[in-house]
Design a protein around this ligand. Structure first.
Ligand SMILES: *Cc1c(COP(=O)(O)O)cnc(C)c1O
Length: 397
């Protein structure tokens, strides 16, 4: 039985499209259109600079952070919105290293999203120190956590395969070794149930344009465990994170709350889009989302394996080890995905040969999943991908 979450009509999905790419860019929630238009015309246009007080733009990053916090299993006052995820990775990583000045190793895995590793490399260069980024196989992370490690920085759900780390266990091992735990939840927030309070990691970061449907360029989030906030060096010491931004003090004093993780002025319009988008989660239990996501994913795997024998599942077969996406390896994956998109089924492709499909129960049902698999079968059976227009590689895949 598939749980029907009657939320599809909260989204403005184009007619005839089956959208299996909500793990990359969530679709447009209808409420966003009216809200953003009102923010632009009434708040920005009408209130001008008075909007900072009249529409409480100043409180917006923390206010939206509190809404996002519920989906992370985090308390109010522990999540701040702003900047991009790459920036938040840098900030959390720098703060982590400052907490373990005597240790030198940043431990991560080679399934991590490249920007997370790039930001770590850049931070090490900036520090001009002898820190080391140690990158191991995902399966080797647990054994690699030792007392040389300052921080274990991992993305819970692998962006290519959907493989999911055991967050609770790795965090426990991290703390046993005296290291700091930093999780990237880019493919977890809004996809799988999270309980940051129980996990007890010091830091978590993530983006909001994937499963949270905040729109392209919507702000990232950063979580700091409440007891650590006052001990966290924000690293990017911007005026919005100052204890009193409008005192225009010449020296920096971090706020004594999660506000210290702010840097500069937030993108007010885009954060407003996210604020309205978060409305679709009202009353939604992440356990229901998880169950429905597993049912949709399993159904898709069964259908594709029965219909498309040339495709190989690269996601873990066990649902408990998988996030909310399913990936198949396919020799002509790029061209097949282009043909599939042309036929109204939108997924995406990751080099060298991975076709990714995201499952988002807020706006997908069993019928969509079966139809997507049958269209995929048709493309493969008739080699429809083998047309010249599907061989041209776009800048964004
Ligand atoms: C999507 C994603 C990013 C993207 O970072 P931006 O700064 O938002 O472009 C970073 N890390 C991971 C793990 C991701 O999945």
């Amino acid at each position: 039985m598939t749980i029907a979450l009657p939320r599809k009509d909260l989204f403005d999905l184009p007619e005839g499209i089956i959208y299996l790419d909500g793990n990359s860019l969530g679709p447009l929630p209808r409420a966003v259109m009216a809200h953003v238009s009102q923010v632009v015309t009434e708040q920005w246009g009408g209130q001008l600079i008075r909007g900072w007080n009249q529409s409480r733009w100043m409180q917006q990053p923390g206010r939206v952070g509190d809404v996002v916090a519920r989906l992370l299993g985090a308390p109010s006052g522990s999540v701040m919105m702003g900047d991009t995820l790459s920036i938040k990775v840098f900030q959390a990583l720098a703060a982590s290293l400052a907490l373990r000045p005597e240790r030198r190793v940043i431990l991560s895995d080679n399934g991590n999203f490249p920007t997370d590793l790039y930001m770590a490399q850049g931070l090490i260069d900036t520090l001009g120190s002898d820190h080391e980024l140690r990158v191991v196989e995902p399966e080797a992370v647990e054994a690699a956590i030792d007392e040389s490690v300052a921080v274990v920085m991992l993305t819970q759900v692998d962006y290519r395969s959907g493989r999911m780390h055991d967050m609770a266990n790795i965090t426990r091992l991290t703390h046993q070794a005296g290291a700091v735990s930093l999780w990237d939840l880019a493919h977890s927030a809004g996809a799988v149930p999270l309980d940051l309070t129980a996990t007890a990691c010091e830091f978590a970061v993530g983006c909001t344009y994937k499963y949270l449907n905040g729109g392209p360029g919507s702000p990232a989030f950063i979580y700091v465990r409440p007891d650590m906030i006052e001990h966290t060096r924000p690293a990017l010491a911007g005026w919005m994170g100052h204890a009193a931004p409008f005192a225009f003090d010449r020296s920096y004093q971090p706020a004594m709350s999660i506000e210290r993780m702010r840097v500069g002025t937030q993108p007010v319009i885009q954060t407003s889009a996210l604020e309205a988008a978060m409305g679709v989660w009202e009353g939604v239990d992440m356990q229901d989302i998880r169950q429905a996501s597993i049912e949709l994913s399993e159904r898709f795997i069964r259908e594709v394996e029965a219909r498309c024998p040339d495709l190989t599942l690269v996601s873990p077969r066990k649902a408990s080890e998988r996030g909310s996406q399913v990936s198949f390896a396919c020799e002509h994956g790029y061209a097949v995905m282009q043909a599939l998109i042309d036929a109204g089924v939108i997924g995406d492709f990751r080099a060298p040969n991975i076709m990714r499909f995201g499952f988002t129960p807020l706006y997908l049902d069993e019928e969509d999943v079966i139809k997507a698999a049958s269209i995929l079968q048709d493309i493969l059976d008739h080699e429809r991908w083998n047309a010249p227009q599907y061989q041209v590689v776009n800048a964004v895949t």
